[in-house]
Design a protein around this ligand. Sequence first.
Ligand code: AHG
Ligand code: MN
Ligand code: MN
Length: 352
Amino acid sequence: MQKIAETEDFASYLDQMVTLDPRLSGTACVLRAIEAAAIEMSDLISLGRLYGQLGASRGSTNTDGDVQKELDVLANDLFIDAFKGSPVAAVVSEELSEPLVLDPAGHLVVAMDPLDGSSNIDANISIGTIFSILPMIADANGPEAHFLQTGRMQLAAGFVVYGPQTSLVCAFESGPTQIFILDHRARRFIRAVSGPVVGTEYAEYAVNSSNYRYWDPPVQAFIDDCVQGTDGPLKRNYNMRWTGSLVADAYRILLRGGIFLYPGDQRTGYKDGRLRLLYEANPVAFVVERAGGRATNCVHPILDIVPSAIHARVPLVFGSSDTVELVTRYHSDPQFSAEHAPLFGKRGLMRI
Ligand code: AHG
Ligand code: MN
Ligand code: MN
């Protein structure tokens, strides 16, 4: 087997960031804990059924009503355990109804989706962990208040993908997004891409189109136009990719562009889509923006939204700047929609 070229590993990247700004030492400490837990996760996920019934339902539900799988709870416990010993005052997790208070002397809070893509566990499709590190706020009224900050306040954020490669995507508030890949033999993450740029050359959209009939007209119009390809107003042939794991779609988009949409729809409970602002949309938006892409709730930047609650959902659109901007125009400019999607007006009338 060929030797891996000697490049910077995650630990020395963190050391460099702390040298540049010593105030980041607590954040780096949390990221080291995430790295260690991610390596453990990678080990057990790669064993799959040899490890246990990771994709089996536990018969319990999380606050959103999703059925918890064995691996959801295992991942939650593993990351929380890893945070002990780092300056994490409290954790919000998809799997916990309330913030969990850890170190009262800590000065950071972490929001996380310990296991993203639970429906893919048994299918051997990429799954992941999403994390967001925030500073505590002064004069907060209870632990929840620390989490109700906009995504712009994130000190660092990112996600891990457990796939053919285990990858760690991470960005600090200052500096471009970085991508590391786990070298299983050395048990450390090595930098693979510094400063990926969300390109525009791939015309790929990711959306669960089985929800088409529930979408609002601007989303239907945009996807109709993608499907029409060069015969339609966008004059470009699109391809479709949808993994069912936000982390896998986000990773692909970071590397080669395209667009992801999980809009709000008319199903009960889906007014704001399915994805959660604190631990899904915000961290993804953070790394996408730092890679030159864009992320919105169809209209406004994700990172400017003030969360109304720790588990609040948000419509999520992200990817190549120009295409995300296009979706905003479909939403905010009826004239544009009518011109670009001749069917849009008709569909609008049909819906009245
Ligand atoms: P989680 O497993 O943390 O609940 O997240 C699943 C999310 C996300 O990864 C994916 O993009 C989306 O849910 C898939 O939703 P649908 O099953 O509605 O397509
Ligand atoms: Mn998720
Ligand atoms: Mn999850």
